[in-house]
Write a protein that binds this ligand. Structure first.
Ligand SMILES: [Zn+2]
Length: 321
C-alpha cells in the first residue's frame, strides 16, 4: 500500500468472534485481526478485546489517512446514533452507545450499521451486486437477515430497523418464531429449521445420508450436515432443502413484488454451502409465482464476498457518508 493511500477501519462484531480490518477504498483488505467476542464475560471485557484488535490494525498509520471507522454489529440498533439495543447474541449490550464510545476512544468518525444490512451494502459495492441500483440480499445461516438497496441506497426505515427479511410471514398459521410472531421465514427455513427436520428423518431411519455423517447422534445434526447429505445425493435431505428453498422462494416473491429489484443475492453458510441445490429450487418458486413483469430483468445469484461481506459493508458504510 502506498503511504498516501486513504484507508478505512472496518469492524464486524459477531456473537462468537469479532474482526477488524484495514480496507482501501477499492475493497482490498490490507490488514486484519480476529478475536473471540466472549460476550459472556461482560460488555466491558468484550469491548476491550475488540478495541485492542482495532488498535492493532491501526498500528502507526497517521490518523489523516483514515477516512473513518465502520462497524457491523448485530441488530437491533440505531444506525444514526450508533446505539446497540440488546441483540440476542450479545447479552448485556443494551443501549450501548458504541458510536460515542469509539469516537472518543479512537478520535475518528464512527458509523454503525446492522450486520446483515451492511453485508447487503458490501455485496452492492464490492461483490455480486456491483453496479446494480436495486437489489435485495438475504443471508441464510443460523438466522435469516438481509438488506434492501433501493436506487443505490441502503433502505433503513423510520427507526433504522429495515429490513428484517427473516421475519416476513410466509406461513400465516405456521410455527411460532422466537421473535413472537408466527410463520416467519426464519423459523421455517434457517439452519435450525433444516436441522430439526434432519433430526426427525434420522430418528425415523429415513436418511442414510445423514446417518452416514453423524451416526445416531441426533445432537450433531445441523443445517450444514443436512446440506452435506443433500449434496451427497440423499433423497430425504434433498427434500428438506427443497422445503426450505420453497419458503425462501415465497419470501423472495414478497420482496420482488415490494421492491422490484433486478438482483436477489443469497449469502450465508447454508446458501453458500448448498449452492445450486438451494438456488435452483428457489428460482423455480420465484419465477413460477412472481408476476411476469417483475421477472423480466431479475436474477437470483449467490453472494460473492463470503465471510468478509460484513467487514466490506462496514467499509462501504464509511465511504457512503
Ligand atoms: Zn420472527
Amino acid at each position: 500500500m502506498e503511504a498516501s493511500e486513504k484507508l478505512i477501519v472496518a469492524v464486524d462484531i459477531g456473537g462468537t468472534q469479532a474482526r477488524a480490518a484495514l480496507v482501501n477504498p477499492d475493497g482490498r483488505i490490507v490488514a486484519r485481526r480476529i478475536t473471540a467476542t466472549q460476550a459472556e464475560e461482560g460488555v466491558q471485557a468484550a469491548l476491550q478485546r475488540i478495541m485492542a484488535i482495532v488498535w492493532e490494525v491501526l498500528g502507526d498509520i497517521p490518523k489523516e489517512r483514515i477516512l473513518g471507522l465502520g462497524v457491523a454489529a448485530p441488530g437491533p440498533l440505531d444506525p444514526w446514533r450508533g446505539v446497540i439495543y440488546n441483540p440476542p447474541n450479545l447479552p448485556g449490550w443494551d443501549k450501548l452507545p458504541l458510536r460515542e464510545l469509539w469516537e472518543k476512544e479512537f478520535g475518528l468518525p464512527v458509523y454503525v450499521g446492522n450486520d446483515a444490512n451492511l453485508a447487503a451494502l458490501g455485496e452492492h459495492r464490492y461483490g455480486a451486486g456491483q453496479g446494480i441500483r436495486h437489489l435485495a440480499y438475504l443471508t441464510i445461516s443460523t438466522g435469516i437477515g438481509g438488506g434492501v438497496i433501493v436506487d443505490g441506497r441502503l433502505l433503513l426505515g423510520a427507526a433504522g430497523l429495515a429490513s428484517e427479511v427473516g421475519h416476513m410471514t410466509v406461513e400465516a398459521r405456521g410455527p411460532r418464531c422466537k421473535c413472537g410472531n408466527i410463520g416467519c421465514l426464519e423459523v421455517l427455513a434457517a439452519g435450525p429449521a433444516i436441522a430439526r427436520e434432519g433430526v426427525a428423518a434420522l430418528r425415523q431411519g429415513r436418511s442414510p445420508g445423514i446417518k452416514a455423517l453423524v451416526g445416531n447422534d441426533l445432537a450433531s445434526v445441523t443445517g450444514k450436515v443436512v446440506v452435506e447429505a443433500a449434496l451427497a445425493g440423499d433423497a430425504v435431505a434433498r427434500e428438506i432443502l427443497q422445503r426450505a428453498a420453497f419458503y425462501i422462494g415465497v419470501g423472495i416473491v414478497n420482496l420482488v413484488h415490494l421492491f422490484n429489484p433486478n438482483l436477489v443475492i443469497l449469502g450465508g453458510g447454508i446458501a453458500i454451502g448448498a449452492g445450486e441445490a438451494l438456488l435452483a429450487p428457489v428460482r423455480e418458486v420465484v419465477f413460477q409465482r412472481a408476476m411476469p413483469a417483475f421477472c423480466q430483468n431479475l436474477s437470483i445469484v449467490p453472494a460473492a464476498l463470503g465471510d468478509d461481506a460484513g467487514l466490506l459493508g462496514a467499509a462501504a458504510l464509511v465511504l457512503s457518508q
